[in-house]
Design a protein around this ligand. Structure first.
Ligand code: URA
Length: 242
């Protein structure tokens, strides 16, 4: 059971004070009864709560897929830069969601933003070996020896040996190459540092997939939507969150 004013303020209906006023004006109903006492406790999963005649859509968690644009940071707060959370509408940001893992400021693509701590932990923990697929443009040609180096496990500048990773070359010429890279870890700047170890540079990076969650091609940069029920079920299934 939770306080009714807390439930409503968490859903974005205003501050506690504003909600008190709404209730005083008889705008809030619980199971068909007008409630004027804002401290009353309710079970939001079971009770039918209406505000100004409209039934509220109660949930504890929010799961957002964003096509992150370059230039914003994967954080909830930053002193200098715009964050991915700044791009959310008020009714979504009231859930206090945070980005799952980090994409660099200049990296684009799939970013999950949620307030579900368990899902966050499992998706980012190396223990669960979740594949992350990136598309990248590289400044130099690549060949079979680079694919082998990724398979073997690339040693980064700090001596860390990466888990075996998959490099697929889409095109390669003297002007540069287009590739897909699949890794299971999420070390700081990992993809960029893997290529740097091979004396090549990533000039564009976009995450396309995390486990079975695929970036929706209909989302423009900076746009987002909630995960569908199917996407969420499949994601939880993969992470054994049954
Ligand atoms: N690897 C990187 O180098 N940067 C990212 O943003 C993600 C993976």
């Amino acid at each position: 059971m939770e306080r009714l004013d807390k439930v409503l303020s968490n859903l974005g209906y205003g501050s506690r004070k504003e909600i008190k006023l709404l209730m005083k004006n008889g705008e809030v109903e619980v199971d068909g009864e007008v409630i004027k006492d804002s401290s009353i406790k309710v079970d939001p999963e079971k009770s039918i709560i209406k505000v100004s005649g409209e039934e509220i859509n109660y949930r504890e968690y929010i799961y957002i897929m964003m096509n992150k644009p370059a230039g914003v940071v994967s954080a909830t707060f930053d002193n200098y830069d715009e964050t991915v959370v700044d791009l959310l509408d008020y009714e979504d940001s009231v859930f206090n969601p945070f980005p799952v893992g980090r994409l660099d400021k200049d990296t684009e693509g799939l970013l999950l933003i949620t307030n579900d701590g368990v899902l966050n932990h499992r998706l980012t923990s190396p223990k669960w070996h979740v594949d992350k697929l990136y598309y990248a443009d590289i400044d130099k040609p690549l060949g079979e020896e680079d694919i082998k180096a990724f398979e073997k496990g690339i040693v980064l500048d700090d001596g860390y040996k990466c888990l075996p990773a998959k490099l697929e070359i889409i095109s390669s010429s003297e002007d540069g190459s287009e590739v897909k890279v699949t890794i299971q870890e999420g070390k700081y700047h990992q993809v960029k540092r893997m290529f740097e170890s091979l004396e090549k540079n990533v000039i564009y990076l976009k995450r396309m997939r995390m486990g079975n969650l695929i970036l929706d091609e209909n989302l423009d940069l900076g746009e987002y939507r909630e995960l569908s029920e199917k996407e969420l079920l499949e994601l939880k299934d993969m992470l054994e969150m049954g």
